[in-house]
Design a binder for this molecule. Structure first.
Ligand code: NAP
Length: 235
């Protein structure tokens, strides 16, 4: 049985991915800031803190064995006019969304290299296709994640490891509902559904399905790709 780590696995998209991989027969551990106390496979780690990641991974390896699948879903957004973003706010968004991916890949890569097999999926954002006002820090970080995905795929291909990104668009999670409530979406979720070609909001399961495919054995010839899952909002 292969072992997968999903960052941000306690909520929204990460939770959907963790559930799907579990039902596909993987051991799944999640890394979160606030893991649920009743989940034996949820570990506390801030993805910006390499020591916390290392500590969690030691525990995960001890319980579930080497980690050969990594899904980077932990993320934070931010909405502010560019001139009002402080450098600290800028750095925190870059730190979680981009540097968190760096730290987590570094932490699991030795297991994948030793196995001669691995799957890395990075959850970026559809805002990298279109841009998004008031989210320059977030769009910059997520665009860099797409770049990292492409470059790392070329490096790790010869070692049997694929690296792909899934940029979600408009997925019904606590993050989306929080932004609807704060009136940051330029309308309600229902308004947006009318502007979405497939006429519905996306679900964590939609993203999980794409991840499950990219992680599967049959996706071994797919690497360095950015697979948009957005109901046709971005083509
Ligand atoms: P969510 O429900 O807020 O889940 C994000 C998860 O990441 C939470 O469990 C959160 O923990 C965790 N997290 C945040 N900072 C962390 C840190 N420093 N270390 C470890 N864990 C951390 O959001 P979501 O909508 O599922 O988003 C998942 C991913 O998809 C994110 O990368 C997001 O940018 C991306 N995305 C989402 C959408 C969408 O429409 N929902 C669109 C584009 C991209 P806490 O709750 O404890 O803070």
């Amino acid at each position: 049985m292969k072992t997968a780590v999903v960052t941000g696995g306690a909520s929204g998209i990460g939770l959907g991915i963790a559930r799907r991989l579990r039902s596909n027969g993987f051991h799944v551990a999640s890394l979160d800031l606030n893991p649920p106390a009743d989940d034996d496979f949820a570990y506390r780690a801030d993805v910006t803190e390499p020591e916390q990641i290392a500590e969690a991974l030691t525990a995960i390896r001890g319980k579930l064995g080497p980690v050969t699948v990594l899904v980077n879903a932990a993320g934070v957004d931010g909405f502010k006019r560019f001139q009002n973003i402080s450098f600290e706010e800028w750095q925190r968004v870059i730190d979680v969304n981009l540097n968190g991916v760096f730290h987590c890949v570094h932490a699991v890569l030795p297991d994948m290299l030793a196995a001669g097999w691995g799957r890395i999926v990075n959850i970026s954002s559809s805002s990298t296709h279109s841009g998004q006002p008031f989210m320059t820090h977030y769009v910059s970080a997520k665009s860099a994640v797409n770049g990292l995905t492409k470059a790392l795929a070329l490096e790790l291909g010869p070692s049997g490891i694929t690296v792909n990104a899934v940029p979600p668009g408009f997925i019904d999670t606590p993050m989306l509902r929080k932004n609807e409530e704060a009136r940051r979406l330029g309308g309600t979720v229902e308004d947006h559904i009318q502007r979405t070609p497939v006429r519905r909001v996306g679900t964590p399961e939609d993203i999980a399905a794409a991840c499950a495919f990219l992680i599967s054995e049959e996706a071994g010839y797919i690497t360095g790709q950015i697979l948009g899952v957005n109901g046709g909002r971005n083509t």
